[in-house]
Design a protein around this ligand. Structure first.
Ligand SMILES: O=C(O)COP(=O)(O)O
Ligand SMILES: [Mg+2]
Length: 229
């Protein structure tokens, strides 16, 4: 199938998502969640189930994995213990089971070479995001990093993207968000930014082709190739 390459002009900055876009973190989520579940006396979940729950931050992830076993009221009873256990287990293994997707370094370098400023906006807590960016050697590409708990609202709310636009002194139409999920696309649409999706990440088990965006690119390098200032 030949897919038409999107072309976006007037782009001065790119906001890049982390989980499912730059780093394949599902195996880290899988290990940390199941260690937490073991602490609570719960059976392990498979990686596909856990991956479908990723995308709307840690608190939502906790509630989803507890909802497999508990009714809503019981989820809240176990929430604090689960979150503390998960946090400790995730910090202990952060990045150990993860891998970079193809052409991430090449794509970020190409975006920089085009003169674009780069920000990373993730729904991952900032205490997880920064060590992971360091470990994968990606931190140096970014002028700004916002985690899911850095600001009062996270994606799909437009606030993190609008904050980046303001920090960079750019109007949203000059900024493109690149991500793997509907959260990235909805945040970008609400902010008035452009948006490109990658098809290989985590979109709650749904097809990325059903998401309203300006196009789908197979890698960050392909994204760089279809953007111009
Ligand atoms: O940790 C999450 O919930 C998702 O993080 P992301 O925004 O980097 O995809
Ligand atoms: Mg993502």
């Amino acid at each position: 199938m030949s897919v038409q390459q999107p072309t976006l002009s007037g782009i001065r900055a790119a906001i890049i998502d982390l989980d499912g876009t730059m780093v394949h973190t599902a195996p880290d989520f899988h290990v940390a969640i199941n260690r937490m579940r073991s602490d609570l006396g719960l059976r392990p979940l498979d990686i596909e189930t856990i991956t479908r729950f990723v995308g709307k931050g840690t608190e939502n992830l906790m509630r989803q994995v507890l909802s497999v076993d508990y009714a809503a009221a019981e989820v809240e009873t176990h929430f604090a213990q689960a979150l503390a256990s998960y946090h400790a287990h995730y910090i202990a293994i952060n990045g150990q089971y993860s891998s970079l997707y193809p052409d991430v370094h090449e794509g970020l370098a190409a975006l920089q070479k085009k003169g674009l400023r780069l920000a990373c906006v993730t729904n991952k807590p900032i205490a997880f995001a920064l060590p992971l960016l360091e470990k994968t050697g990606l931190h140096g590409y970014f002028d700004l990093v916002y985690g899911g708990d850095s600001l009062p609202k996270k994606k799909p709310d437009p606030l993190p993207l609008l904050t980046v636009c303001e920090d960079f002194g750019l109007r949203p139409e000059h900024v493109v968000a690149i991500g793997d999920s509907s959260n990235d696309a909805q945040a970008a649409r609400a902010a008035g930014c452009r948006v490109l999706n990658v098809p290989y990440g985590y979109n709650h088990g749904e097809s990325i082709h059903d998401v309203d965006s300006d196009g789908i690119v197979s890698t960050l390098l392909e994204a760089a190739n279809c953007l111009s200032q």
